[in-house]
Design a protein around this ligand. Structure first.
Ligand code: AMP
Ligand code: ZN
Length: 465
């Protein structure tokens, strides 16, 4: 049984899906006005791992994650560059997808774009107005927070405290609100901004309504899991709950999951603080698989500090796993054909059992990674006397675990073109020196890596086997 921590109930609960055998998950995606930073990558990597684990456990997963492609920050960036805001959002969606692919984050079942879902937003806002949960003033539509009884249940905030806080810092232009807690569902355009027609004004939706609408459209009125970083609990997720439940009259999400922050020098990494690294920057130094492995080295509800030292540790850990993977793979082909003993079978089973136990316990990837290292250590110790059956068993188990974590069990050992050319030049030189042994050795080495050499009168040609 998978247990997960539900932010709503503030405790770990058994996972029981709305529909048996199926999981519907919505995870709030990035606002696309720049390259994503590695703080944004934490929910991407973590929830991708959650999805993989549910699939491993036999669930059919529908995973939806949006791109917020209309927003003040995108408009600001567009004005700065003198282009349409769609140029900015399209560019950074494409870049974000490249980063995701580098981090082995599988494409979601659907990646909806806010700008493609405006009709649905207008429908939901109209419903909220009809039901008395929203009101319009001068083209702006607000959600009437005091009408929604459960407001504050996710974040556990006291509404009176919130109200008095707001009163002190009244935002100009928002005096027309009935209550300082009321939030925007639709706002009129300002000069030069992108806009859509609506019954209230030419304008655009507020941020919160996007997710309520996209989640409903692609997953239905009630979903299993809604996720995101913990900064989204208030107000974003609180507001999503208010909108969705006021409109449908049903519980919106059964489980709310929130990852803690990625930190740098003990401070949250964020664009506004400027203390961030983009995934792209990290990619120039490390394989993004290392970033993924690092990200999963902590339980997702614990803050995780990013540092060079931690990344180096993740890198060598990953190398240790992959060299053991390589060794096991070779043993599956070359080890003596002796049957596996009962103890050997039990040892293999114990690693996968600890891995599953860790993942069942609120997706504890830190302990799951430790189970992988236990398997690796055992494999390295026993490799010299290992039979083929056991090698196959351990390799198969290692593959299962690394697939769930989204890392490779064996590094592809492809040669770079420049390395091939270097070796060919060295071989030509060796032949000139009549060093036939070295020349043959190079030919064999290349052939083992799938590179075939052909000596022609115009020199050496090579091709991949
Ligand atoms: P944003 O583009 O700021 O809306 O963020 C997209 C996602 O990244 C949200 O789920 C945020 O909660 C998450 N996020 C942003 N910064 C961090 C961070 N430093 N650590 C973990 N998650 C973050
Ligand atoms: Zn959202």
């Amino acid at each position: 049984m998978i247990k997960l921590y539900n932010t709503m109930s503030r405790r770990k609960e058994d996972f029981v899906p709305v529909e048996p055998g199926k999981v519907s998950m919505y995870v709030c995606g990035p606002t696309v006005y720049n390259y994503i930073h590695i703080g944004n990558a934490r929910p991407m990597i973590f929830f991708d791992t959650v999805r993989r684990y549910f699939e491993y456990r036999g669930y059919e997963v529908r995973y939806v994650s949006n791109f917020t492609d209309v927003d003040d920050k995108i408009i600001k960036e567009a004005l700065k560059e003198g282009v349409d805001s769609s140029v900015i959002s399209e560019r950074y969606i494409a870049e974000c997808k490249k980063d995701m692919s580098g981090m082995n984050v599988e494409p979601a079942t659907v990646n909806p774009l806010a700008t493609q879902e405006i009709d649905g937003m207008i429908d939901m806002i109209s419903t909220l107005i009809e039901k008395g949960y929203a009101y319009e003033v001068d083209g702006t539509v607000y959600f009437r927070v005091r009408r929604f009884r459960n407001y504050g249940s996710l974040s556990g905030k006291n509404l009176d405290d919130l109200r008095s806080g707001f009163r002190d810092l009244k935002v100009t232009g928002e005096e027309q609100k009935e209550d300082p807690l009321d939030f925007v569902l639709w706002k009129p355009k300002k000069e030069g901004e992108p806009y859509w027609e609506s019954p209230w004004s030419q304008g655009r939706p507020g941020w919160h309504i996007e997710c309520s609408v996209m989640s409903k459209k692609y997953l239905g009125e009630q979903i299993d899991i809604h996720g995101g970083g913990e900064d989204l609990i208030f107000p974003h997720h609180e507001n999503e709950i208010a909108q969705s439940e006021a409109a449908s009259g049903r519980t919106f999400a059964k489980y709310w999951m929130h990852n803690a922050f990625l930190m740098v020098d003990k401070i949250k990494m964020s664009k506004s603080l400027g203390n961030f690294f983009t995934v792209r920057e990290v990619a120039s130094k490390y394989d993004l698989e290392v970033l993924r492995f690092f990200m999963l080295s902590a339980q997702y509800r614990s803050p995780l500090n990013f540092s060079e030292e931690q990344m180096e540790q993740a890198k060598s850990g990953l190398e240790r796993i992959q060299s053991a993977g390589q060794r096991l793979k070779e043993l599956t082909e070359h080890a003596p054909e002796i049957p596996m003993t009962e103890e050997e079978a039990a040892a293999g089973q114990s690693f996968i059992a600890s891995f599953e136990e860790a993942m069942d316990d609120d997706f504890n990837t830190a302990v799951a990674e430790a189970a992988v290292f236990d398997l690796v250590k055992y494999a390295n110790t026993n490799a010299p006397s290992m039979g083929r059956a056991q090698a196959k068993d351990l390799f198969d188990k290692l593959l299962k675990m690394t697939d769930i974590l989204g890392i490779a069990a064996v590094k592809e050992q492809g040669l770079l073109e420049e390395d091939i050319i270097k070796l060919i030049d060295e071989r030509t030189e060796a032949r000139k020196q009549k060093n036939w042994a070295r020349a043959d050795q190079i030919r064999n080495e290349l052939s083992a890596k799938g590179i075939i050499l052909e000596d022609t009168k115009d020199g050496v040609k090579w091709k991949k086997a």
